[in-house]
Design a protein around this ligand. Sequence first.
Ligand code: 2RA
Length: 343
Amino acid sequence: KDYVIGIVGATGAVGQELVRLLHERNFPMSALRLFASARSAGKVVERFGKKWTIEEAKPGAFAGVDLAFFAAGGSVTRALAADAVKSSCVVIDKSSALRMEPNIPLVIPEINPEKLRNHGGIIANPNCSTAVMLMGLWPLHQAFGLKRIIVSTYQSVSGTGAEAVKELADQIQQHVSGQPVTHKVYPYQIAFNCIPHIDSFGENGYTGEETKMAEESRKIMGLPNLKVSATTVRVPVVRAHSVSVSAEFERPVDLAKARAAIAAFPGAELVDDVANKKYPTPLDFAEKVKCGVGRLRIDTAWDNGLSFWVSGDNLWKGAALNAVQNAELMIREGILKSEPAAV
Ligand code: 2RA
């Protein structure tokens, strides 16, 4: 069976990757419809030798669509996801709007695919930094029983969007040509800098991004008591997020077993040979399906501790690819059906 597919937010960074991945992975589509705000409606998009006229994302627009990928931000999801489900359209949502709703499955197919089975029409995808981190953390949890993590992220500017990518390039140009360096997207210049502030600060001094990593990791791994302390940082990298993790486990850890667990995990590529300067970098793992995991070492700060590093594409495993993989799995399992969501 081929499906009528919709992409909401088709002109954004993730939306464009969705168009690309659906074509490159030969997703079974009888038609692809691109939706965006009224501002973009009517624009013509040309790719892969095809032309699409962008449709306005609005109530009733999803009649006849079997599956819609939402990549237009939380307000659009809140406004239109339930409406799409009422038109018998399944929604796979990238935004954070519904991730922590008890009856909305938050799914990474390599970790908790069983949660797809009883979906009520809407499936949520995790934040990009969470997904990248879990590609290293989940296999280690399975091996040694995770107890606590301290994590720092090194997040690319494409996580913010196309405007931030352009601003980084502009700032480098300004710096090189001796002009004053201006900044608009972030509170500080990002070129040649790092900014320890992603999303907004909460009362507890953690940002929304840091809280998402904690809450989403607990939900996806089914570890409600997992202790997490995250620091999320924007770095002058265009594409691919990296995370450094220090983790404490319930059971004694063993490096050879840890490496074997990661090498066997479908979402990870083990790159761990420091004697030959081999470890993952964002440049190496941009536009890669798997996330690179390396720098594995016994972490003596804990009784049963391991530290490691992951680099993964924030637009792919962190967003568009994970969404498409969820859809591919639902098709394989014959569960791409829609029932009115109890949202
Ligand atoms: C970021 N994780 O990197 C957030 C949203 N994509 O900006």
